[in-house]
Design a protein around this ligand. Sequence first.
Ligand code: AN7
Length: 413
Amino acid sequence: MSPAPFHLECIACARRHGADPPGFACEACGSLLTVVYEPGAFRESARPKGWSGQATGVWRYRGALPVATEAAAVTLAEGNTRLHRCPRLGEKLGLDGLHVKTEGDNPTGSFKDRGMTVGVTKAVERGARTVLCASTGNTSASLAAYAARAGLRAVVLIPAGQIAFGKLAQAVVHGARVVQLRGNFDEGLALAIRLAAERKDLYLLNSINPYRLEGQKTLAYELYEQLGQRAPDVVIAPVGNAGNLSAIWKGFQELAALGLIGRLPRLVGVQAECAAPVVAAWKAGRDRPEPWPRPETLATAIRIGAPVCGVKVLRALRDSGGSALAVSDAEIVEAQRRLARTEGLFIEPGSAAAIAGLSRLAAEAALPRDATIVCVATGAGLKDPDTAIKHGDPPVEADATMQALERLLIDDF
Ligand code: AN7
């Protein structure tokens, strides 16, 4: 299956670019780029009969990806994550069609793997030796793993003391050069972009890289299949750098262009209230976020003040007839606990923001009872055990005797 011919196009001025523009920014106006396929060929290559019977996950949709057929995919079997119906939580919220898609099922425990399998494959195709990212944790964990898989060097810039322990362990164990910056994520990303512009030997894999987002869009294709060849009515996802929800929207737009779905879902983006530049822009009716200099939240994954894909996501929210809302850290912790206790799903705080947003919308009766709703649980709970333990009920201690245990159980129940 040959991929459709494609080029990169500026989302603001529509200028066409070759496959490899410096810095992944429009040479004319500096805006973001996106991958655009030749429509006729795309319809041929991306339609379902081209979805190989054997491949699962991201590479099942190879015909909709910008990768030369002969390129060997750098893969750890990403995608094909579970879509859980959540009737118990749904009942509490008055929703009959609630689903949670657990992106923590991916090889390194987050949705980033969907993007990295494509992004690192492109890096290899380009002959890169070293890949680079700034990260709040999951991107660095994923990049470190995929770089190892491809035999590349990885350099990751993380905010010192601000990423969850599991994510740090992953970057370290996979052998990335881990640089803890005395600064926040936004400062790290600005430096990564400058470094990649100056040093042609560094291939940048933050979500400014449109190839990474092509991998992430496959979540929409997968949902379409998991729901029985239809789109959900509402997709709720956490927003940090804003790449993921933008990518998911692109996936649904493509499914519509392929004639597979007649109606696109409404998108809801959720941020933490002290790290909410996209929500602020949405509420003010602006088409680009103003940077927040000091974003704060215990959901360190989405502790981001200058979202690089902000323009893309604001457009997606508007075009989908969706919305954006901010939730408090207390709501995030409560949502994490609630999902874990009602449905048996343990997701990280950044992901729980989506559940907190869902709870808020349900409380405001803003979601129809019969709507098919998908919350994207972007990362696994074990990424950040510290937060779960800190906010959970402490374990009780007992002597190792039957008597002590019996007394405890009687007291407890
Ligand atoms: C669990 O790892 O930005 O809106 O550097 O780890 O696409 O940025 C992580 C982001 C949501 C937000 N949920 O996604 C990084 C990083 C989890 C995340 C997001 C992130 P985007």
